[in-house]
Write a protein that binds this ligand. Structure first.
Ligand SMILES: Nc1ncnc2c1ncn2[C@@H]1O[C@H](COP(=O)(O)OP(=O)(O)OP(=O)(O)O)[C@@H](O)[C@H]1O
Length: 549
């Protein structure tokens, strides 16, 4: 967090400095009132001093307004910069996560941190933290003015009473922090749920609307309750702090009244005393609120820092050329209800591989393992003899997923991933393909509006534009019509330099285009070979049968 404070230290300094001037100007006002009253009620009214008092009074008020404005301006500048830096770094950091770490949390949580937690850190951590410095300066300035201008007995009561009330936030800060944290975590869950419902918008219709609404209301109510619990406790701490200070204020008021009655206090000192009681107590009130706010945000701060400082393996060697082979050596993956054990295989450069088998047999698991999206419990995967954990494969390997994401943007930004891949490469791909469908892809302003099949064609174009030598594809043609599939598949098979590993449910003679086919069942390879070899196996015949039924 230090880094973020460093970035805004000038703004914080200016803010505190300006506020110091505001405090000086405000602190001078009761002193001027005292002088005015004492002059009027004194034995010899010195008329010449009146204009000086009045001009100084007006100057003080104007200065307070001007520096108040400047202080606020710097508050905004500091806040915006702080929030911007945090949000920028948060995204940068998350974008560097390993997929497995990223996927361990719901997307709603990331959105909630960006939208709620970081904003809360700005409003309820940074601002109160600076307010604490400001309040100390105020207390110091008002304290000096109090002791100089007001009777020492009143000043002492105010000082001791105020110090005693500072104990209150010490007692309340921990439960307040817990309640706040529970509410912010619940907010993360709420955002995740909302995102889930909105993504499933097509499922919301007359028969389902009521029940989905009920589900929404359930979590909305839970979120409200947690926020209310936090708000209720916050109100209580606020009231307690206020009560403490009001008691101090009342005691000081009573002493001032007694001293005035006994003639131990001038009218001017009495007026100044009332002015300073409020001015001195107000920053103490702020101080208590700020202490509570800062400590209630401690856990949020730690949470955001944990996201920002997550260790990322940046020292991966960038591999730019694929030379020989991909080897799986006794690889095992395990989920709760699935395991893939001791898989060993060599995928050779330039060859085309098909992975076939029933749903849930482990085909995608193999691809995900090769992409390092999941970590095996044992074994190793190497590319050209280099372990995939130690290399950055983005230049040599691309994975086209089952539900490839299409950005809500143009064809060109989707195909080049915002100019990450060269436009010349895209042009080469589209020129070679000569598919009519491409004209339609190009005309859509928002590629998310494309049909399912069109999106898949766009995904294949994106993969080819990335120009990687290894192409992993998980059912790339599931929604593409047979004619377009044939054209694309033939084109892919003709790319001599590309190594292709494709998950497919197409068990037709199209499989003959592949050099090798791996037939999987329940996490095991139960057959492998050319189409000719595999089509004679009983297991393959059985698979075809089940597909036909
Ligand atoms: N993240 C996960 N957590 C728990 N189980 C998982 C996870 N990912 C996959 N599985 C399970 O592992 C098994 C293999 O899944 P995998 O996606 O590899 O199958 P597949 O052969 O590609 O299936 P399909 O043809 O339906 O795409 C499935 O039973 C699946 O439910």
């Amino acid at each position: 967090m230090k880094k973020y404070f460093k970035e805004i230290r000038f703004h914080i300094f200016m803010r505190v400095l300006c506020y110091g001037f505001v405090t000086l100007a405000t602190a001078a006002i009761p002193a001027l009132q005292k002088q005015l009253f004492d002059l009027i009620l004194g034995e010899e009214a010195i008329i010449d001093s009146f204009p000086v008092i009045i001009v100084t009074y007006v100057v003080c008020l104007l200065s307070a307004s001007l520096f108040g404005y400047l202080s606020m301006l710097y508050t905004w500048k500091a806040s915006l910069r702080f929030e911007l830096s945090l949000k920028r770094d948060f995204f940068k950091s998350v974008f560097n996560y390993k997929y497995e770490d990223f996927a361990s949390r719901d997307i709603g949580e990331y959105i909630s941190i960006q939208g709620n937690d970081i904003t809360a850190l700005d409003m309820d951590y940074l601002t109160p933290l600076v307010d604490i410095i400001q309040a100390f300066i105020q207390i110091l300035i008002f304290g000096v003015f109090l002791f100089v201008n007001v009777d020492w007995r009143i000043s002492t009561v105010i000082l001791i009473g105020s110090i005693l009330t500072i104990i209150i936030p010490k007692v309340t800060s921990k439960p307040l922090a817990d309640k706040r944290n529970t509410w912010l975590n619940q907010m993360g869950k709420y955002v995740s749920r909302i995102k889930d419902f909105l993504e499933g918008f097509k499922l919301i219709q007359s028969r389902t609307r009521n029940n989905i609404n009920k589900e929404h209301e359930k979590i909305l109510e839970e979120t409200k309750n947690m926020r209310y619990k936090y708000g209720k406790f916050k109100s209580l701490t606020f009231a307690l702090e206020n009560l403490g200070l009001n008691i101090v204020s009342a005691v000081a008021f009573i002493i001032a009244a007694i001293l005035l009655l006994n003639g131990d206090l001038t009218m001017g000192s009495c007026v100044a005393a009332f002015g300073y009681i409020n001015s001195f107590i107000s920053p103490i009130n702020d101080l208590m609120y700020d202490f509570n706010s800062v400590s209630s945000l401690k856990k949020t701060k730690e949470k955001v820092i944990a996201y920002l400082e997550k260790e990322i393996n940046q020292d991966l060697k960038v591999k730019k050329k694929f030379n020989q082979n991909i080897t799986f050596e006794n690889i095992s993956f395990r989920y709760d209800n699935f395991s893939l054990d001791n898989f060993s295989y060599e995928f050779v450069k330039g060859k085309k591989y098909a992975l076939i088998g029933h749903n849930g047999s482990g085909k995608s698991t193999l691809i995900n393992g090769l992409m390092n999206y999941i970590t095996p419990i044992s074994g190793r995967i190497d590319i050209d003899g280099e372990n995939i954990d130690s290399i950055d494969t983005a230049h040599i390997m691309y994975c086209l997923n089952q539900n490839e994401h299409i950005f809500s943007d143009s064809f060109i930004n989707n195909a080049t991933v915002f100019s990450s891949y060269q436009e010349s490469s895209l042009n080469r791909v589209t020129d070679n393909l000569r598919l009519k469908i491409i004209d339609n892809l190009k005309t859509q302003d928002n590629s998310q509006n494309l049909s399912g099949g069109e999106k898949q064609v766009l995904s294949i174009i994106r993969m080819l534009t990335s120009s990687t030598e290894i192409c992993l594809m998980d059912e790339p043609f599931a929604a593409v019509d047979s004619k377009t599939t044939e054209i694309l598949e033939n084109m892919l098979m003709d790319l001599q330099d590309k190594t292709i590993i494709m998950v497919t449910h197409d068990l037709s003679e199209n499989l003959a285009k592949f050099d090798e086919i791996l037939l999987m069942e329940k996490g095991k390879v139960i057959g492998k070979g050319t189409y000719k070899e595999i089509s004679e196996k009983q297991e393959f015949k059985k698979l075809i049968k089940t597909y036909l039924h």
